[in-house]
Write a protein that binds this ligand. Sequence first.
Ligand SMILES: [Zn+2]
Length: 188
Amino acid sequence: MSKKRGAQPELYKRNVIKAARTKGIGYVNHSGREINAVKIGPDCGCKKLCFKRISEHEQIDIFTKFHDFESKNTQDGYLAGLIEKEDVVRRRPRKSDGQPKPRALNYRYHVVTGDAGRVEVCKKAFCSLFGITNERVRRICHCVKNNVRPCDSRGRTASTNATPQEVLPIIEEHIKTFPTKISHYSSK
Ligand SMILES: [Zn+2]
């Protein structure tokens, strides 16, 4: 890319923030607020003993590998591959009034460990081990449910308010006309 970093400090800053969020490292956001680095969350404490079944070394490994992915899209695609939807088959699909019962959909969450391979964990442990929010998991589950690839809504928002490359020279040309106008008015 021939683009100079210094030429677009805002775009550069946006990319730095985006990369930091993908990596889970600390950064200062657009409003100047300091965002802490992401860490492995608390033990789920559930009866499946998810955290006990995965050694501390493996937990760090899971977390580190995930945050080493180059983009949030890759991370989301990876997460989607670890979530399985499960239709709960109802024995009696129809009630007495003839209305079909709503289908229940369960999700099964997994992590991949070096020792045991794919291991099922609860949703809380899934969030904790990757250091991700419930909301992100909910969004990915929605994609899994509809058999679509998880898309980066965050990245899309960023690109819509980014100034397209073609428009920049036009804006620059326009800005150049300003001093002339000002001197024109001030000379009166
Ligand atoms: Zn658990």
